[in-house]
Ligand binder design. Structure first.
Ligand code: SIN
Length: 313
C-alpha cells in the first residue's frame, strides 16, 4: 500500500483517502485498512474516482450486502437495481423524484425495519456552487448529554415516520402515497449500540414523530432539543463536492443533510448504493409487527419477538 493516505478532514468526523483506484479490484489488505478507517472516521471521501454503476456496486459490496431499493423502485438506476439515483434531471418530462431528497437531518431508511448500514454517494454532475452534504457525529451527540438525559433516552423508543421526510409531498401525491404505503411507521430505540465499535449513538433525527409512551405534544420539545443538540457545528463535517468524489458514511452513528442551497436550474446528479443494515426495528402497528415477526428471518425474529411482546404488555 505504498501510496495509500488517510487524512482527517473534519474534527467531528471525515477523512480523505487517496492512493487507491476504486474502479479496479481493491486488494484485501487495503480493504482491511479502509474498513478500520471507516469505523474510526465515520465518513470517508475518495476524491478523483472514475466509477460507473457497476464499479460502484463492486467496491461498496465489500462493506456488506447492498439494498436493491425495492422500497423505492422508481428511484433505481435503469442499468443496475442496486444503484439509486439522486438527481434533479428530467425523466419522462418530469423532474426526477429525488430532486429534493435528504433535505432534513436524517439517517438513511430509519423509517424501515432494516435501516441502511452504509451509504455511498458518487458525484457525476454538480451545480457550480452549493449542493453540499453535511454529517453530524451521533456518538458525540449522545456522549455530551448529561448522565440523567442519557439514562432517560436509553429507556426510550422512537417512532420514525416517512411522512416527516422533508419535501415528500412536493414530489407529487402518487410518489408520496406510494412511499407511505410501502413504509408504515416503525419503532427504533432512541439510542443505538453500534455493533462494531460497541459505542452508543443517539438515534433520533428530524424524521422522529414521538417517543413510545409519550404523547406527540410531550415528545416534540425533546425531539427538537435532541435534533438541535446533535447538529451543532462542533459535531459536524460539511462536504463540498467535487466531480468524481465518492463519499461513504456509516448511518449507524451519523445523521446527514443534503443542503438545498443551489440553483435548481443546474444539474446535481449522484449515484448511490446503500448497505443492508441489521434488522433493527418493528412496525408501530401491532398487527404488522406480529406479521413481521412471523415472516422475518431468524436473527430478526429474535429481536422482534421481544419487542412485540413488550408492545402487548
Ligand atoms: C441522502 O442520501 O440523503 C442524500 C445525500 C445527498 O444528496 O447529498
Amino acid at each position: 500500500m505504498p501510496n495509500l493516505t488517510i487524512q482527517r478532514v473534519g474534527h467531528a468526523c471525515g477523512a480523505r483517502v487517496t492512493g487507491v483506484d476504486l474502479s479496479r479490484p481493491v486488494p484485501a489488505d487495503v480493504l482491511e485498512v479502509l474498513r478500520k478507517a471507516w469505523l474510526e472516521h465515520l465518513v470517508l471521501v475518495f476524491p478523483e474516482q472514475k466509477l460507473d454503476p457497476d464499479s460502484l456496486v463492486a467496491f461498496t459490496r465489500h462493506f456488506g450486502e447492498l439494498d436493491d431499493f425495492s422500497s423505492q423502485p422508481f428511484n433505481r438506476h435503469p442499468d443496475n437495481k442496486e444503484v439509486f439515483l439522486l438527481s434533479n434531471k428530467k425523466k419522462d418530462g418530469k423532474v426526477f423524484p429525488t430532486y429534493n431528497a435528504g433535505q432534513n437531518w436524517h439517517t438513511d431508511l430509519s423509517y424501515t425495519t432494516r435501516p441502511a448500514k452504509h451509504t455511498a454517494v458518487y458525484c457525476q454532475e454538480k451545480p457550480s456552487v452549493g449542493g453540499d452534504t453535511m454529517f453530524a457525529n451521533m456518538y458525540l451527540a449522545y456522549e455530551t448529554l448529561s448522565p440523567k438525559m442519557r439514562a432517560f433516552l436509553d429507556s426510550l423508543e422512537a417512532v420514525h415516520d416517512i411522512s416527516l421526510v422533508a419535501g415528500l409531498d412536493q414530489r407529487g401525491p402518487e410518489v408520496a402515497n406510494e412511499f407511505r404505503r410501502l413504509n408504515p411507521p416503525v419503532v427504533h430505540p432512541a439510542v443505538r449500540l453500534h455493533p462494531e465499535s460497541g459505542r452508543k449513538a443517539l438515534y433520533v433525527n428530524e424524521r422522529v414523530r414521538n417517543f413510545l409512551g409519550l404523547s406527540e405534544e410531550e415528545s416534540r420539545p425533546i425531539v427538537k432539543f435532541l435534533c438541535e443538540h446533535s447538529v451543532q457545528p462542533r459535531f459536524v463535517y460539511r462536504h463540498y463536492w467535487s466531480l468524481g468524489d465518492l463519499v461513504m458514511w456509516d448511518n449507524r452513528c451519523l445523521v446527514h443533510l443534503a443542503v438545498g442551497d443551489y440553483d435548481p436550474a443546474e444539474i446535481r446528479h449522484m449515484i448511490r448504493t446503500s448497505g443492508m443494515g441489521d434488522y433493527y426495528g418493528r412496525y408501530l402497528d401491532p398487527e404488522k409487527a406480529v406479521a413481521q415477526m412471523k415472516t422475518a428471518p431468524e436473527g430478526a425474529a429474535k429481536v422482534d419477538r421481544k419487542a412485540v411482546s413488550a408492545l402487548h404488555d
